[in-house]
Design a protein around this ligand. Structure first.
Ligand code: 5GP
Ligand code: ZN
Length: 122
């Protein structure tokens, strides 16, 4: 399957390196990086290297490594390691359509760390 880009898309530009990003994990089919307006320290986005606005627009082969990457990111954050900065949980979520709070029209999965609110680190 050819990799499809939209020249005007922010996330396609990030994948191509035309807009800088804090890259985390890159595979042949996906790219992950830190969110520019993090909801918590370590808030990451995982995007398929295929331009499509909604989940159902993306060919399966561009989706298969996304959950394994989410697992790796959660391990890198130290979830369950009980350190002061380590999150004790996390959300994985993906919005489709304005009504569902999607702002960028290139499919992306959020990995959002959750720490004890009393630590004040979020
Ligand atoms: P959505 O609301 O579409 O699910 O989430 C879009 C996310 O993309 C937001 O959390 C926003 O902060 C992030 N974002 C938007 N533009 C950029 C950018 O240029 N670079 C990075 N790293 N994140 C971005
Ligand atoms: Zn795109």
């Amino acid at each position: 399957t050819p990799v499809v880009h939209d020249a005007a898309c922010i996330f396609c530009k990030i994948i191509k390196g035309e807009i800088p990003s804090k890259k985390l994990i890159e595979t042949s089919h996906s790219y992950s990086f830190l969110d520019i307006q993090p909801l918590a320290k370590g808030h990451a986005l995982i995007v398929p290297k295929y331009h499509g606005a909604k989940l159902h627009d993306i060919p399966d082969e561009f989706l298969t490594d996304i959950l394994p990457i989410a697992k790796k990111l959660s391990k890198a954050l130290g979830v369950d390691n009980n350190g002061i900065e380590n999150p004790i949980g996390y959300n994985v979520l993906q919005n489709n359509g304005k009504i569902a709070h999607q702002e960028v029209s290139h499919v992306h999965f959020h990995v959002i760390p959750k720490r004890d609110k009393d630590t004040g680190l979020v």
